[in-house]
Structure formats: C-alpha cells, structure tokens
Write a protein that binds this ligand. Sequence first.
Ligand code: ATP
Ligand code: MG
Length: 180
Amino acid sequence: MRLFFALWPDDDARAHIAKAALALRVAVDARPVPQENYHTTLAFVGEVSMPQLVVLQQIGRSQRAAACTIRFDAYDYWRDSHVVVAVARESPASLTLLSAQLHRDLTLLRPNLILESPQAPLRTHITLARKVAQAPVLPAMSPFGWTARSFSLVRSDTSGARSVYTVVDTWPLLYETPKA
Ligand code: ATP
Ligand code: MG
C-alpha cells in the first residue's frame, strides 16, 4: 500500500479551502481536486508492507508536536507537477518540526522502508487543481486559517482515474497546558 503522513482538514478548514478553490478560475481542461481529497502532506512514505504499517503507526503515535494555525495566503503554480496549490508562505514552527521529525524517523527505518522522498524542506501547500498545462494568471488569495489539531497517516490509491485517499490513523497535536 501507498502511504503518507498529512494534515487532514476538518469541515471548517475544508470549507475555507473549497472557497479558495472556487475563487481560482483555472483553464477548463484542468482538473479541480475533489473536496474530499484536500490535504497537506507532511511526509510522503511510498509503498509499504503490512508489517511496516505497524511501524509507521508507532512513529505516528510517538510524535509530540504542538497544535497550530496555518495561514494560507497565496496561490502558486508548480510547473514541474502542473498543479495549482494554495501555499502558506510562512509555516508554523511546530509544523516544520513535525515534518522534519517524521522524515528523521522514517529514515531510521531504512533499509526496511524504501523512502521515495528523502528529507526535503517542507513546502506547506494544498493542491487545488491538477493537469494545469500552462501557467495561469493567479488572483490574489483571501488568506484563511486552518487550525491543525491532529495529523494522519493516509493511504493513497492511485490506480483509478483519480486518486482515492483513506485516513488509516489519526493522532492529536498537543496543546500547551497553561502554567498556574
Ligand atoms: P498522482 O501521483 O497519481 O497524481 P496523488 O499525487 O494524488 O496521485 P500520491 O502520489 O499517492 O497521490 O501522493 C500522495 C501525497 O503525497 C500527495 O500530496 C503528493 O503530492 C505527495 N507526494 C507524492 N509523491 C511524493 C514525493 N516523492 N515527495 C513528496 N511528496 C510526495
Ligand atoms: Mg503524486
């Protein structure tokens, strides 16, 4: 199975993302990402076996990252992958740390786990449209906040015409206990 760690939106965040996607008018032949597929990838894992899934769940459970609010504030076109994305030009430190820690923990698993994406700096984004063949004129974005209270391990089935994602497991992000 093909897996990745991601932030999965709650209804509130999904509504904000949908609104941002609607405000974006990409070429008619482009393929808008269906609302149920919206996510922010933290660490891509790739193909794993059943025993490796258990290890990934241990990795997920062992994280201690803080909850945070991400401010998505711009559209971008990524030429190499032909996608239009919503980006957070500044990522909360806790998110960068979580992504880095996940990558480190995944690396420790090698050579049992084949990592398709070695540590790369986190580019916090949500893909809004695919198959965008030419650089579109992008409007300014009305910024929106996504409060991330948890993160998930997600299964990706890319065998069909469009990707189907299934959340396998979810772990809470932490709130600091106020000091007395
Ligand atoms: P397709 O590749 O068929 O368009 P997809 O991108 O929807 O499908 P996956 O390729 O399984 O589905 O990717 C799942 C998530 O992981 C997506 O957010 C994708 O951008 C990200 N991802 C995929 N491959 C990599 C990689 N090598 N490095 C970093 N992120 C990746
Ligand atoms: Mg892909």
